[in-house]
Structure formats: C-alpha cells, structure tokens
Design a protein around this ligand. Structure first.
Ligand code: CO
Ligand code: CO
Length: 307
C-alpha cells in the first residue's frame, strides 16, 4: 500500500508491480440540479476527479445507485445513469458493473479504479517550501446550489457552475503531469480552505492563500455578503485569517464544492509554465492563489496581496 487513509488523500494507491499502481476511490452524492442527466454527469465527474487528483488514469468504473422505489420515474433514473456513462466514456474508462439499492433519498456515484506509476503518482503530502499553489476551477458552487434550491436568482451563474461541475479534471491532470508537480488534491466537501489544510498537514508545511487571487463566482460572494456573516473559524496554531478580510470572503473559502478543481502545489520555477499549459488546455480560470511560505507547524494562513 502506497497511500492509505492516514493522509486524508483523494484515493488509495496500491502497488501491483514495479511499474504499476492501482488508484482506487468511491464517491456518491445527492442531486444538486434538476436535470437528471446533468446530475449524472456531475456525480461521475466528481467521483472520477479523485483519480485525476492523484495523477492517475481512470480505467474502470462501477455504478452505485441508491434509488427510491416510489418517487423517481424510470426515465429519470435512466438519464442519471446515462449522464454518468457519458462522463466515464469521456474519461477513457469503461463501466464494468454496479449495484442498485432502494433508498429513501436518491444518491448516485461511482467506484473508480485507475492506474499510475508507483513512483510518479501525485499525493497531497508532497508540498514543499517556496512552492506556488495553483487552483484550476472557480469556487462558490456550493453557495449557488443552495441559492438555486431555495429558488433564488442565479440564472447565468448557475449555468456556468453546472458547466464547471460537469467538466472533468482530465486536462488539468495531464497539464500537471507534464509540468511535474509536488502535491495535488481536488477541492470538494471541505472547501478550498479545508482541503488546503489537509495538504498542509499531510505535507507538514504552512500554506498561504491570497483571497484576492482566488477564482470565484462573484454571484456567490454577493450572496454570502448579503447575509450577516461571522468568522468561519477561530485563529489557532494551524489556521489564521487576516482581520481585514470580510467574513463573507472567508466563508467562500470554506464553501463545499462538488466536482471542484485541482489544488496543485508546484515548484516556484515551474508555476508559470503550469499556468501556461492549463490555459492552453482551455482551463482559463486556473491561476496562482498562494504559496508554501514556511515549514511547520503545519497550517493555513489566509491573507491578501501578492503571492
Ligand atoms: Co478528493
Ligand atoms: Co472524494
């Protein structure tokens, strides 16, 4: 076993031979959009993303369907599975089976197996001092989903968010492998800040994220700013947020993402090259959002200004 559960990494990695390692992960989620086909796409992209976050190549997938017996119509369930299948194919993988259980709450997702070289997969534990941090998708989809569920505005922004969530991290992964990077994780349920803290702990370094540089949905920030917010976390040895940053900006960093982008730690000298590659690959939101500014104690600092 090369990567187990200790480092809160995205997927497990198991060495099969000198040149082959298995990258294995599973993820299921509840619907966040009305369109069942789009939900299937998002759930699959979200599950497959954990293989890309390890620098792996997805090979096979198993459907996991928790479908209510009564409410959902057969068409709806078929559309969900079809959305998932299309994403599995787009990732160059094959669906080789699955399992369906009756459940009151509809859920769908995949167990995904991929491969990587045992020496060149990317964990979240390799970030090094002076590295630059790169993020490949804007954050704020959680806020937009919540607003959508409550029937608030968000037309165009929500459509953009859905497009981002259905987008595989395959090209981001390819660019990262080409540039050569030190660490990676994908941004999901714990938000950008939560996953950055996991990377900091696993790599035993201190990270600094500059809020002004983080790509995000303006509409999500507006929604967060419209309610009176309080600090997301108190200052501790492993977390601090500069006082001039508003609670809304801080909250955005903790917004849970579904099928979020890759958070990559890359050598300072390679950072511009990586950004160039990502932009060439059409990932135009990708940018440098911070740096590894110190060694221990592990933690995250939220600031503003130049990285
Ligand atoms: Co992940
Ligand atoms: Co996951």
């Amino acid at each position: 076993m090369l990567v187990g559960i200790e480092t809160s990494d995205d997927a497990g990695v198991f060495q099969v031979s000198d040149t082959l390692a298995l990258v294995e992960t599973v993820d299921i989620i509840t619907p966040m959009v009305d369109d069942p086909y789009a939900f299937g796409q998002i759930a699959a992209a979200n599950a497959i993303s954990d293989v890309y976050a390890m620098g792996g190549q997805p090979l096979t997938a198993l459907n996991i369907c928790c479908f209510p017996a009564h409410t959902a119509e057969l068409d709806v369930l078929r559309s969900i599975v079809l959305g998932g299948l299309d994403k599995i194919r787009e990732a160059g993988a094959v669906l080789i089976g699955g399992h369906t259980v009756r459940d009151d709450e509809l859920k769908y997702g995949l167990a995904v197996s991929g491969i990587a070289h045992p020496k060149s997969f990317v964990s979240n534990a390799g970030a090094q001092w002076t590295d630059r941090l790169v993020l490949t998708k804007p954050i704020g989809t959680g806020v937009l989903i919540n607003a959508f569920r409550k029937g608030k505005l968000v037309g165009a922004a929500f459509d953009r968010a859905v497009r981002q969530m259905t987008t595989l991290n395959d090209r981001a992964c390819a660019a990262m492998l080409e540039a050569g990077v030190h660490a990676c994780t994908d941004v999901s349920g714990f938000g950008l800040a939560g996953h950055a803290m996991e990377m900091a702990r696993a790599s035993r370094v201190r990270l600094r994220v500059n809020v002004d540089d983080v790509p995000h949905y303006d509409e999500a920030l507006d929604l967060l700013s419209s309610v009176q917010g309080t600090r997301s976390r108190e200052t501790t040895a492993d977390y601090c947020c500069e006082p001039d940053i508003t609670p809304a900006r801080e909250a955005l960093l903790f917004d849970p993402q579904t099928s979020g982008g890759l958070l990559i730690s890359v050598a300072r000298t390679q950072a511009d090259r990586l950004i160039e590659r990502l932009h060439e690959a059409g990932i135009t939101d990708a940018c440098i959002i911070g740096e590894v500014f110190d060694l221990g104690p592990p933690g995250l600092e939220i600031g503003r200004g130049q990285s």
